[in-house]
Design a protein around this ligand. Sequence first.
Ligand code: HEC
Ligand code: HEC
Length: 331
Amino acid sequence: MKKVSILGTALLFLGASGLFAFDVGELAKRSDHGFKPVVVKDWQAPDEKTIPNNMFGEYVRYGKALVQETYKYIGPEVNDPKMRYAGNNLSCNNCHLDAGTKKYSAGFMGVFANFPQYRPRENTIGNIEERINGCMQRSMNGKPLPENSKEMKAMVSYMYWLGQGVPIGAKVEGVSLVKVDRKIIMSRAADPIAGEKVYKEMCASCHGDNGQGVKREGKAMGYEFPPLWGKDTYNTGAGMFRLIKSADWIVANMPLGATSDARILSDDQAYDVAAYMNNYDKERPIKANKEKDFPDAVVRAADSDIGPYNDDKNRHQHKFGPYKGIIIPAK
Ligand code: HEC
Ligand code: HEC
């Protein structure tokens, strides 16, 4: 009798938990600021020539340089060991293209106006410094910059300058990423074998046969073409390691020259090549304590490959799809 009731409870638990996959509606609710955001259309980057010649301008310029040539100031090869905050030789600019001004490449135009904000990965309200340090510890595989360091103040100053005139909380057209067709990701798993073919035809000429990229000569000079896997790139805690996020980024930005309006890859190709480059047979730095990410499974990113999940799908399916039954669309 005892056994049966335990089994019964276990089944009940399984059944109930199956109702709560990643809930887009719940995320929207938690992210709500309580006011209707203004929409900014046709955002244009401000003119560099207007950066003032004073201390503020100096920080803005240094912040831009840090974004564009991160490896030169805080990379693992800089002379001063205390300044080696980043763990790889990437630059922020390798993903946040054109110094964070390119639309749909996770640009920085709307960032300053949108923090503090709810962060599902930490399940708390985060500030802009913490968000930058999120990328420092994941995309840059490094250490957090002290919030009062010159480097942190400089990057924040640059984002402030870039976001001048954007009202607080506004949605700037072209921020974040485009979305590959959600019908595709709901209906099929990404295929790393099809992705390998895409990689060889469309990516390897720049990023190399082994995803190793092409490094510039000399110390702390970064990459001409950055590595996609291997020791010197983003770690397993990075957004780029997650399948949907990475496909969304790739489709409007790669091969180099692609934009949201002039795409080169189809959505299917972006989905598959993202699975290929982020597959488990590729070496990449491991993010420590990744199991602490997304402490609340209700808003755990659908493509996070570490559970526990609030649905009955396994880790493999969260990593590669299909995402039907994993994502509950907003009502
Ligand atoms: C390997 C790629 C990569 C690198 C390198 C990288 N990031 Fe990111 N970053 C991302 C992705 C992907 C996102 C998430 C974009 C989204 O979800 O809209 C992101 C988001 C951000 C955000 C939040 C953007 C927003 O719209 O709220 C900030 C700020 C940021 N990164 C700063 C930086 C800084 C500063 C650096 C360099 C120190 C850096 N990132 C390096 C990939 C990268
Ligand atoms: C013509 C050369 C070229 C081709 C082809 C190309 N890329 Fe890139 N890729 C670049 C460059 C250059 C950057 C860095 C951009 C910058 O810093 O301005 C980059 C950045 C990236 C990044 C972010 C940085 C990193 O190291 O993770 C990813 C991911 C990426 N490319 C994936 C791809 C994929 C997938 C393809 C094929 C569909 C592809 N690229 C094709 C040149 C290329």
